[in-house]
Design a protein around this ligand. Structure first.
Ligand SMILES: Cc1cc2nc3c(=O)[nH]c(=O)nc-3n(C[C@H](O)[C@H](O)[C@H](O)COP(=O)(O)OP(=O)(O)OC[C@H]3O[C@@H](n4cnc5c(N)ncnc54)[C@H](O)[C@@H]3O)c2cc1C
Length: 482
């Protein structure tokens, strides 16, 4: 057997955040691979903003990309919550607490920048093939064939599906799993990823009269506005509830430019601050789109020689900006596990049993944490959907101390994985210790520090603070929710 034939090879499908991160990590781990991306370029100008949290920065730091990614970025300033009439009810220093807790600043920039930076900093760019659309996958005892739409075949030992929420790899994996073990993937699991919301997303030049660095949330009964400004770009989104949930593989419809115009018109008279209305910023848009916001986490992340990472396995609401960060986490954990497997086999191809054991460990390490992040992101994205959420966002969140809100997020950040075979050089000092223990079984609460949602404890404390604040020391200043 030649050296090439005996080398373990991963075929990564999809060159998004997960796929490009996978190439970086596999290159660092010395694992042979190819990334197949169906588009003609990896960094097409689409999508809105991207927040990178300290745990994402720590991984980018390990990969040697952080300097490039953070170049030209400006740390986010304050987080405002406003009532539908424009009145401010929260002005939080959440982001600066996150920086103090973990050392790294939060990063905010246009999404294609991350894809471009990840691609440009790859040590070997020939690992990424564009115009390579995957049609089907065939597994056998010794390997796996990936068939492209032009009929070409790539052969490897493992397929990693980083092909997003409408994943071809996931469908192939489900077919293979149910053929081998009928009933393994249930309809319930297939319907686990579902859309309750859709979203108008658009990007503008900087709008200094709104702000230069702040994030604002404005909830109302019908929709939620969320926008973040940077000096050069404004990133706007408006969330609308669908009439009914649409589980995979259905979509409510394919949205058009006219849909974007119609949605924008329906909210044109909404104040976004004391001085600026929605219609005024919409006029300055550079590009826009309307998308479904699917969310859900699968129970099965692998079968045979197929594994999933990123939105194909775990899709979360974007409001908290954790989806892309989590995609990098998943690929890091899988790379850690694959590398350890190859160290154990002296870099020869593993047996099917050894590969299965490795993928099972990957899934076990990730599912609990991702279910936690999914619930947290979902809870924080409900706007005024029910009276409880309206009460929470109007009365509780505005009176929770900034440090306490940040502490909830810090639990997620500090429990995040990293690459366990690379040092993090010059880790910036922070108040909250990093908790990740390599290859350790995670708790189902998503990281070894535990905690959930605005956890019960925090909520009770927050409720106490709110009641004391409003009933104890002040007369009851009920705002009109107009
Ligand atoms: C409005 C919005 C804001 C967001 N903001 C943030 C944020 O601030 N921070 C954050 O961390 N996350 C954010 N997210 C989430 C984040 O964008 C996703 O979690 C992330 O992009 C998932 O990456 P991925 O690589 O798994 O999938 P994708 O980005 O969907 O990439 C999949 C890739 O696979 C390719 N592909 C698909 N099928 C095939 C095929 N058959 N053959 C070959 N290639 C194929 C596609 O062309 C694509 O390039 C946001 C999401 C939205 C919608």
């Amino acid at each position: 057997m030649s050296d090439t034939e005996s080398r373990f090879r991963v075929i990564v499908i999809g060159g998004g955040i997960a796929g490009l991160s996978a190439s970086h990590m596999l290159q660092k781990a010395g694992i042979d691979h190819i990334v197949l991306e169906r588009r003609s370029e990896v960094a097409r100008l689409e999508g809105g903003s991207m927040f990178i949290y300290p745990h994402g920065s720590r991984i980018l730091d390990q990969l040697g990309c952080l300097d490039t990614v953070q170049k030209g970025t400006v740390p986010p300033g304050r987080w405002f919550i406003r009532l539908p009439g424009g009145k401010k009810i929260l002005e939080s220093t959440f982001f600066s607490h996150i920086q103090k807790n973990h050392g790294y600043n939060m990063l905010i920039f246009e999404r294609p920048k991350l894809l471009r930076d990840l691609y440009e900093t790859l040590p070997d760019k020939t690992r990424v093939r564009t115009n390579a659309s995957v049609d089907s996958i065939k597994q056998d005892e010794n390997g796996v064939d990936v068939v492209l739409s032009n009929g070409e075949v790539e052969r490897g030992d493992l397929v990693l599906g980083c092909d997003g929420v409408y994943s071809t790899v996931r469908s192939a994996m489900w077919d293979a799993a149910n053929a081998a073990s009928p009933g393994m993937i249930t309809v319930k699991e297939k319907r686990a990823i579902s859309a309750d919301w859709y979203c108008l997303v658009f990007v503008t030049p900087g709008i200094p009269e709104l702000s230069e660095t702040d994030m604002t949330v404005i909830n109302s009964a019908e929709h939620t506005h969320l926008f973040t400004l940077t000096p050069k770009k404004g990133f706007f989104s408006v969330y609308f509830l669908l009439d009914k949930p649409f589980p995979w593989p259905k979509r409510a419809k394919r949205f058009t430019e006219q849909d974007a115009e119609d949605l924008a018109r329906s909210v044109a008279d909404h104040p976004l601050s004391d001085t600026v209305m929605f219609g005024e910023v919409w006029k300055r848009r550079l590009r826009s789109s309307v998308i479904h916001l699917e969310e859900g986490v699968l129970d099965h992340w692998y079968h045979g020689r197929i594994a999933l990472a990123g939105d194909s396995a775990h899709k979360v609401m974007p409001n908290m900006g954790l989806g892309g960060n989590s995609s990098m986490e998943s690929v890091a954990v899988l790379t850690n596990r694959l590398r350890q497997m190859l160290v154990d086999t002296n870099w020869r191809k593993p047996s099917s049993a050894k590969l299965e054991e490795t993928l099972a460990a990957y899934q076990e390490e990730r599912v609990g944490r991702m279910k936690h992040i999914f619930k947290f992101s979902s809870n924080m994205s409900q706007g005024w959907r029910t009276p409880w959420y309206k009460f929470l966002s109007t009365w509780i969140i505005p009176v929770i101390p900034d440090s306490m809100l940040a502490a909830e997020m810090s639990k997620i950040i500090s429990g995040a994985p990293r690459l366990d075979f690379l040092e993090v050089k010059d880790l910036p000092p922070g108040r909250v210790p990093w908790e990740y223990v390599a290859n350790k079984k995670r708790s189902t609460e998503g990281g070894i520090v535990g905690g959930n949602k605005l956890s019960s404890l925090s909520l009770v404390t927050a409720l106490g603070v709110a009641l004391y604040y409003y009933y104890g020391v002040r007369p009851l200043p009920l705002p009109s929710l107009a």
